[in-house]
Design a protein around this ligand. Structure first.
Ligand SMILES: [Fe+2]
Ligand SMILES: [Fe+2]
Length: 362
């Protein structure tokens, strides 16, 4: 009974992912040195906070109370002023590593705006964000129950600029037009931006395997590394609309999905993982999407199709691998459950060979 109450209390609490702290810690370190971070921690501790606040103990995919988030922002503002707080918000998306790279990758502000709601839900367990492109270089973002404190409205206003900035467009403005702390029933931001100043718009960087993608379960990580390789392969196809190679990539996605999801699902069932059904449902959607694209590609492949596949795979990386799979990996680790190495099936080797991606070491 009391355990149930605890779970309820936890679920009703506003929480955010640990990942959001990393860019801030980086920023504070760069700007105010290690002492800067200890000053913030000291001050937060004196007002009752006693959780982790350094890169080593904060886990990217774990949930932390939103109160800490707000308290961190307020403490920082008290110590270093409003202007620095705004700088921190603007710089947050610039952090090297996965998130920053992803933003450059998404390529255009429109994609980011449309996906903003999904990204919000992957970072916060409360509220809802809704992004709509309203014209060329213009968008509205609506937020319902997203800002527990006015300081967070200010932070988001600047943060949105930082995000759009990463796609390489200039003259960005962000205006907080409706505020729930000033009587409105939801939050609203109006965003505007100018033309892209990137001449080589199509040249995007490769995603390299990094810590934010690691689940800590060797076999899952090994298979996910393969996924990152497909993603990079698709990226090469965007802009060139290389029909033959995108077809090969789709073929690989199909085989890969059966192998990799099969592996994960086998262990979910074996260990009675409580979220097996919802996890499998997401896998099902990936199968369906791949089949749909394979069908479509029979009638020709164009830039739009290549872009759609690319966007889908990036989303998958963020929403599934960094969230759903991490949750499963945590379950395995917490219960000391092991996963054996799964041999790569021959059809995958063939598909890789087809793409000239077979590396001898496998
Ligand atoms: Fe999965
Ligand atoms: Fe996975």
């Amino acid at each position: 009974m009391s355990q149930n109450n605890n779970i309820m209390a936890y679920e009703n609490k506003k929480m955010c992912k640990g990942g959001i702290y990393f860019s801030r810690i980086d920023f504070v370190r760069k700007k105010h040195g290690i002492e800067g971070m200890s000053r913030i921690l000291e001050k937060m501790k004196s007002s009752g906070y006693n959780g982790p606040m350094d890169e080593k103990s904060i886990k990217i995919a774990k949930w932390y109370p939103m109160d800490y988030n707000i308290s961190f922002l307020k403490t920082y503002r008290d110590l270093y002023g409003e202007r620095n707080l705004m700088r921190m918000a603007r710089e947050a998306p610039k952090r090297k590593g996965f998130v920053g790279l992803f933003l450059k990758w998404a390529g255009n502000p429109e994609t980011l705006i449309k996906k903003s709601g999904e990204y919000w839900s992957s970072l916060y367990n409360f509220g809802r964000l809704e992004g709509t492109v309203t014209g060329e270089g213009a968008a509205v973002i609506k937020g319902y129950d997203v800002s527990p404190d006015p300081i967070f409205c200010d932070f988001l206003t600047e943060y949105f600029i930082g995000i759009i900035e990463q796609t390489g467009v200039s003259s960005i403005t962000s205006e907080h037009t409706l505020c729930s702390h000033k009587g409105a029933d939801h939050e609203e931001w109006v965003l505007k931006w100018g033309k892209s100043n990137k001449a080589d718009k199509k040249e995007t960087k490769e995603i390299s395997w990094n810590k934010s993608l690691e689940s800590g379960i060797d076999e899952i990580d090994r298979q996910h590394m393969e996924f990152v390789r497909i993603l990079n392969e698709v990226n090469k196809n965007v802009g060139k609309a290389s029909v033959a190679s995108l077809r090969k990539t789709l073929n690989f996605m199909d085989h890969y999905a059966h192998w990799h999801f099969g592996t994960e699902e086998k262990y979910m069932k074996k260990y009675n993982y409580p979220y097996t059904q919802s996890h499998m449902l997401q896998h099902r959607k990936f199968y369906d999407y791949t089949q749909e694209m394979i069908e479509k590609s029979k009638y020709g492949i164009d830039e739009e199709l290549a872009l759609s596949v690319k966007t889908y795979l990036i989303d998958w990386l963020i929403l599934h691998i960094q969230n759903t799979d991490m949750k499963f990996a945590r379950f395995l680790k917490e219960n000391n459950l092991v996963m054996e190495e799964e041999e790569m099936p021959e059809d995958i080797e063939d598909a890789l060979r087809d793409m000239n991606l077979l590396i001898k070491e496998f």
